[in-house]
Design a protein. Structure first.
Length: 213
């Protein structure tokens, strides 16, 4: 009887040990899985934080002052003038069309497509006009300038197609890109063409003065 009891006790001890071992493996597995999921979640949070930080840097660099889900109004002022009355008028109208698109987005205009198209179509018209003026004046950096125009148009045309096909919606990110590109292009690229035109005008004035003298 004693041997039977000892055998039964040994079996119970073995079963208990096996159960503990099984539970331990299960806990370890769950813990490992939890660590993996935690790492994945942490990585995703880190990625999201990086994207938010990038957007914040964009907003700060543009001084757009997003408040209540909208950007600070893009207003034309003297700092955007490059010295050519025709080009300056084009740029001013481009600002107006951008604000029209922005307002439509903020107000939830049902059919924003035509407004967005008007902005892009005018940008295309303006670029073509600007390139003709550069060719007429033999502007030495015309090729690089045209490349910037083409790069912009390729990108926004893809957004146009995606919007009209229902694949994408016009977003705040799209508006930020448009605003950043337009302002940076005027202040960093068009301004050089403006300086070139001023130099040409100055040389022309000197030549006229010399011939008259």
């Amino acid at each position: 009887m004693k041997l039977l009891n000892e055998g039964t006790a040994a079996e119970e001890q073995t079963a208990t040990t096996s159960e503990i071992s099984s539970n331990t493996h299960q806990v370890v597995h769950q813990t490992s899985q939890g660590v993996i999921e935690s790492d994945t979640a942490a990585a995703q949070l880190s990625c999201n934080a990086a994207e938010l930080q990038h957007l914040a840097h964009q907003l700060e660099s543009l001084n757009v002052g997003v408040t209540g889900g909208r950007m600070k109004k893009l207003e034309w002022d003297e700092s955007f003038k490059i010295g050519s009355s025709e080009i300056d008028q084009h740029h001013k109208h481009l600002f107006e069309l951008f604000e029209k698109t922005h307002e439509g987005f903020i107000n939830g205009t049902p059919n924003l497509g035509p407004i967005f198209d008007e902005l892009i179509d005018y940008a295309r018209y303006h670029f073509k006009s600007e390139e003709i003026w550069m060719m007429d004046k033999y502007y030495p950096d015309a090729t690089n300038h045209r490349s910037e125009h083409n790069s912009f148009l390729l990108r926004v045309q893809k957004k146009q197609m995606a919007f009209h096909s229902g694949q994408e919606h016009i977003s705040m990110g799209t508006l930020l890109f448009l605003r950043e590109w337009i302002t940076n292009h005027i202040l960093n690229t068009d301004v050089d063409f403006g300086k070139f035109l001023k130099d040409l005008e100055r040389v022309g004035t000197l030549v006229c003065s010399y011939e008259m003298g």
